[in-house]
Design a protein. Structure first.
Lengths: 358, 222
């Protein structure tokens, strides 16, 4: 039984059930995740630099982000006088809406997917581009040269790096024959050797031939999605040492918190896409405890656990990369995208197409 | 083409090397000291807040003179001969009441130059380093053990003693002058009349020490 059916039974109204279901990822997942991820980010960065990070609020600082959020809520919401007020106020909402809309098509477990649409991957690629509009809006409306520069860089970067992302998604669509993330996850059921990173389900020569090209595809999509969420080493839009904070320089209080939340929601969203198409989605790598014990209601919970764990792992790798690599220059950024990732992704697409044709 | 693929592989390999380094550092114990709750162990000769052990201070003013920024202010009052101030721990006799011993730690440059001249080793650097204040005046430390009343008492005592001493001195000087005058007068009178009484008079004057009017009377009598 899916969560939607359960809610339908509970409320007796399809509209109400859909409404509640659409709010679930926000309140059950994104907000707690953002709280946790900010803390994780600070702890990971601290320990990688041989520091301790926040230690005062709660045991080893676990309540630090809660305290930070409380502080942000109390802050004055400043709108600078020379800003374009409607755009300035819409921008953070648009950015957050863009990253939140992605969660609608992400399958958290077999019992919970926002909308099980057949064009899931296409929808995600399309709707995540809304973020660019929000960022440009924020940068332009702020009437601040640093914000504008950051927004311009961000737009250039996101638009460029969408191409390799889409190329790699295309290879997966070619191999699997579906755009539906739920079906894609279901196809990778069984054990971890059925994941697309290891050639996908089924046996035979083509599976083993696919493995190296799938790894290349994974590296490309992971790098390009890293660039799409503006994280180090691709953080030139918010380069602290050059532009004060990029497009959200002029924002304060809750509007700033919206950008912050969107950033962390995006981090998980791109990790979730990578997990869903290459690492079996919500499927467990080692089989389900619910199956062996015969408790069938445990399986969706386990699936949620596995999905979250895989997603968190890739979020951790993003943080790991952040504290390892220095920032790229603008020309290097474009060179990586246009001279390396797009040609390689294209060749990869052709080779995988040939292999699947065989 | 070879260079192109070499670049790709080089980039990936160097990123992996960097990631290995940072991953190792995840498990390196943090160097952070949780400061207010855990305090770092200071070196043996650290120089922090000054302290003066007033039991040993003899008020010699050597620390104040050594101070390059003049942050030590000392005032002393001599003790009366009847008072016993005790001895310092290394056996020096204390002879001065220290009525003012202020150290303006806000001025202090922590050079430790005041510590070495001290003959009784009563001024020294401690390991206390947390002494920030909201008021600048609170950084002037007062080390004297006497209460303000006692300070006044000591000062007035000494002033009285000085006055008495000055009075004695004046009396003695006056007497000497009188004696001189008397002697001169007698000489004159002796020369004039050659009378024989000066010895008796001088002995009487010596007997009462502070008896100015008496001696005056006697002089008049004479």
């Amino acid at each position: 039984m899916t969560i939607y059916n359960f809610l339908l039974k509970l409320t007796g109204s399809g509209i109400l059930a859909s409404f509640i279901q659409s709010l679930l990822p926000l309140f059950v997942f994104i907000l707690p995740f953002a709280l946790f991820a900010v803390l994780l980010e600070r702890k990971v960065s601290a320990h990688m630099q041989d520091r301790l990070g926040p230690m005062r609020v709660g045991y080893h600082g676990i309540l630090q982000t809660v305290a930070d959020i409380l502080k942000l809520i109390q802050k004055e919401d400043i709108t600078p006088t020379d800003t374009d007020k409607p755009l300035f106020n819409i921008a953070p909402i648009l950015v957050f809406a863009g990253s939140y809309a992605v969660f609608a098509a992400i399958p958290f477990s077999s019992a919970f997917i926002g909308t099980n649409i057949s064009l899931g991957l296409f929808y995600i690629v399309a709707v995540s581009s809304l973020v660019v509009a929000g960022i440009l809006m924020a940068g332009w409306a702020s009437n601040n040269k640093y914000s504008l520069l950051g927004a311009m860089r961000s737009a250039a970067q996101i638009v460029s790096y969408e191409i390799p992302t889409i190329m790699v998604i295309l290879t997966i669509v070619m191999v699997s024959g579906t755009l539906n993330l739920n079906t894609l996850s279901e196809m990778q059921t069984g054990h971890f050797w059925n994941w697309y990173i290891l050639g996908g389900p089924g046996a035979g020569l083509s599976k083993f031939l696919l493995i190296p090209f799938m790894v290349i595809g994974f590296i490309i999509i992971y790098t390009s999605t890293l660039a799409e969420v503006n994280r180090t080493p691709f953080d030139i839009p918010e380069a602290e040492s050059e532009l004060v904070a990029g497009y959200h320089t002029e924002y304060s209080g809750m509007k700033f918190a919206m950008f912050f939340l969107a950033e962390y929601a995006n981090m998980f969203a791109v990790s979730a896409i990578v997990v869903a198409i290459f690492f079996g989605g919500f499927q467990s790598p080692i089989g389900y405890l619910g199956n062996t014990l015969g408790i069938h209601w445990l399986i969706p919970i386990e699936q949620f656990f596995w999905f979250t764990m895989k997603g968190m792992f890739f979020v951790f790798v993003q943080m790991w990369l952040r504290w390892t690599l220095p920032r790229l220059r603008v020309d290097q950024l474009m060179a990586v995208c246009w001279k390396y990732m797009i040609p390689i992704a294209f060749v990869n697409l052709i080779i995988i197409g040939l292999i699947t044709y065989i | 083409m070879k260079q192109y693929l070499g670049n790709v592989i080089n980039a990936l390999m160097t990123i992996l090397i960097g990631m290995k380094v940072t991953f190792k550092h995840l498990f390196v114990p943090a160097v952070t000291i949780q400061y207010p709750t855990v305090k770092p162990e200071l070196p043996e000769r650290e120089r922090n807040r000054l302290y003066v052990n007033m039991d040993d201070c003899i008020g010699c003013d050597q620390c104040a003179r050594a101070c390059p920024v003049d942050c030590i202010e000392i005032e002393t009052v001599k003790s009366l001969p009847t008072e016993d101030l005790g001895k310092t721990s290394n056996g020096k006799r204390k002879a001065l009441w220290v009525t003012k011993f202020n150290i303006d730690i806000g001025k202090c440059c922590f050079c430790q130059l005041c510590v070495f001249p001290c003959p009784t080793e009563c001024i020294y650097m401690t390991d206390v380093y947390e002494f920030s204040e909201y008021e600048r005046n609170n950084l002037v430390y007062n080390f004297i053990t006497l209460t303000p009343q006692e300070v006044e008492e000591k000062k007035s005592n000494y002033a009285k003693f000085e006055e008495e001493k000055a009075a004695q001195k004046a009396a003695a000087a006056k007497k000497a002058a009188e004696e001189k005058a008397a002697a001169a007068a007698k000489k004159e009178s002796e020369e004039k009349s050659a009378s024989t009484k000066p010895n008796e008079e001088t002995t009487i004057a010596k007997k009462d020490a502070a008896g100015n009017p008496q001696s005056g009377e006697k002089k008049e009598e004479s």
